[in-house]
Design a protein around this ligand. Structure first.
Ligand SMILES: Cc1ncc(COP(=O)(O)O)c(C=O)c1O
Length: 499
């Protein structure tokens, strides 16, 4: 497991000592994986101190808000993670589509800050990253680099965002406000699907030993934090719903894969509820489905490769969703005309209409995949399909004008809203969908060879080890070890004792 970055010993005591010094001076404490999974375990003193802190401020205590249990104001704790339940009037299927809301996360209003923290914390606790001297490099096609830059700043170290130049203006504006030096935003050629170019830039940057790359596509900590924190959060949501309807079953979890961190929650849910794991990708770049390639607009789901941390052999269904659908639904859910149509013609509740702005493009993709999966599995009113909204529509305001110009140059009215609803929701079918056989899973698994063995130098043995279920279950033993080391780091700084 060492070979996979799953290090359980103190690697460099000097680095660790410098980290303790920095954290003591800057009053930084780290939450454990267990606390981010169950925030009820966060010490009372921290929770009380947090009450007066803006969730988007660069305050180190906000690290304790990197979980799914923030309430709607994002200042206090909710008993059940914030979520919406999409009814048949909005989805055209009988089964409830349940969506946990990622825009309740602090700092970046998106769930990727959880993955960034999950990748950085173990490296700090084991003395592998020196926040006083090294730069943290965050390669990303979406929000991960924003999460990485945010937590780097909270820890007083330099964070560098590496992302394609074609990502949304809102992302770049956010980054410009958060980096300490403009050169810490590195733009790579292309857009969403150009992950190879990001890898190339990281290889260049890592020639300097003071740059440490946190590669979300191969950091198993990304898988682990989602397995526990996202998995348990969705379990809590489902159990709260099942308390009201004891007949409710958890049918499936859908996740559009970028790094394939989030989809680890599907493994967690499958082990507890027997639910299906549904991996989703853009139809314009159908890598898992057709070994395909191409460009698309569903920001955050970078592709044309299979991440090292994707447990492909546990995938039950692969679904492709077109960016034509996600772009146009973004218009439907975020314009007065679209909302008026949904209220008047579909009878959708006002409170739900207001919540639709919590669905960014990849969230809409997850919802459409949930509708397709519900149709494919023949789900009824007692079969819930669960998904996450990774970020909200606010990240895509500038993109909306482009969608309008492309699809509705004469304006978006209620007739157009009806066309969009009819085509993409009522017209969603079970096309571009695969329930893979063993051979088909192996075909997708083997695609990863070209990235990881040929390009990135992973050994064939290590690559193949990931085919066995035991590989994924065995790695979980490391989480309590990391938590113990995080507790020890906090004990040495004494920061928590002063709260
Ligand atoms: C907006 C958005 N959606 C979806 C994803 C995919 O999540 P994951 O990387 O956990 O597969 C990302 C990842 O960056 C994202 O930023």
């Amino acid at each position: 497991m060492q070979r996979f970055g799953l290090v359980r010993e103190l690697v460099d005591p000097d680095v660790h000592a410098r980290t303790v010094g920095r954290f003591r001076e800057a009053r930084i404490a780290l939450p454990t994986f267990a606390q981010l999974t169950d925030p009820g375990l966060i010490p009372r003193g921290v929770r009380e101190a947090l009450a007066g802190i803006d969730p988007d401020a660069a305050h180190p205590l906000n690290l304790f808000r990197i979980h799914w249990f923030n309430d709607h104001r994002r200042t206090g704790l909710a008993a059940v993670p914030q979520h919406i339940v999409l009814p048949p009037s909005l989805t055209g299927v009988e089964s409830p589509i349940v969506v946990a809301l990622g825009d309740r996360f602090p700092l970046i209003r998106a769930h990727k800050v959880l993955a960034a923290y999950g990748c950085l914390a173990p490296q700090l606790a084991t003395g592998r990253f020196d926040p006083t001297r090294q730069r943290a490099i965050w390669p990303s096609t979406g929000n991960y680099c924003r999460g990485g830059v945010a937590i780097s700043r909270l820890m007083g170290c330099r964070g560098v965002a590496v992302l394609p130049e074609g990502m949304s203006r809102e992302r770049f504006e956010w980054l410009e406000a958060w980096v300490t030096d403009r050169s810490d935003i590195v733009r790579t050629p292309g857009s969403e699907s150009n992950v190879k170019e990001i890898y190339d830039e990281c290889a260049r940057l890592s020639a300097d030993p003071d740059n440490v790359v946190f590669n979300q596509f191969s950091e198993f900590a990304n898988h682990l934090i989602h397995y526990y924190a996202t998995g348990a959060a969705l379990e809590r949501v489902f159990r709260a719903m099942a308390d009201m309807n004891p007949r409710l079953r958890l049918c499936a979890f859908t996740a559009a894969t970028g790094s394939a961190g989030t989809i680890a929650a599907g493994d967690y849910l499958k082990e507890r509820f027997g639910s299906k794991v549904v991996a989703v990708e853009a139809l314009e770049c159908p890598t898992m489905l057709y070994n395909g390639f191409g460009e698309h607009h569903i920001q955050g789901i970078g592709d044309r490769h299979v991440p090292l941390i994707h447990n492909i052999m546990n995938v039950d269904l692969v679904v492709a969703v077109s960016d034509r659908a996600t772009d146009r639904l973004d218009l439907l859910f975020n314009t007065a005309e679209g909302l008026a149509y949904l209220a008047r013609r579909r009878g959708v509740d006002t409170s739900l209409l207001e919540a639709l702005s919590s669905l960014g493009l990849s969230s809409l993709c997850n919802v459409l995949a949930a509708i397709k999966a519900a149709k494919y599995f023949g789900c009824g009113p007692d079969d819930a399909v669960v998904a996450v909204a990774t970020d909200g529509a606010a990240m895509y305001t500038s993109e909306r004008a482009l969608t309008l110009a492309e699809y509705f140059p004469r304006g978006f009215d209620e007739v157009a809203a009806g066309e969009v609803f009819g085509e993409h929701i009522l017209g969603a079918t079970t096309d571009h969908l695969l329930e893979p056989t063993l051979i088909e899973r192996e075909r997708i698994f083997n695609l990863g060879y070209f990235t990881w063995v040929e390009q990135q130098g992973v050994s064939v043995d290590d690559f193949c080890a990931r085919k066995k279920p035991e590989f994924w279950t065995a790695m979980r033993e490391i989480v309590p070890v990391w938590d113990g080391m995080i507790d020890e780091l906090n004990a040495r700084t004494g920061v928590l004792d002063q709260l």
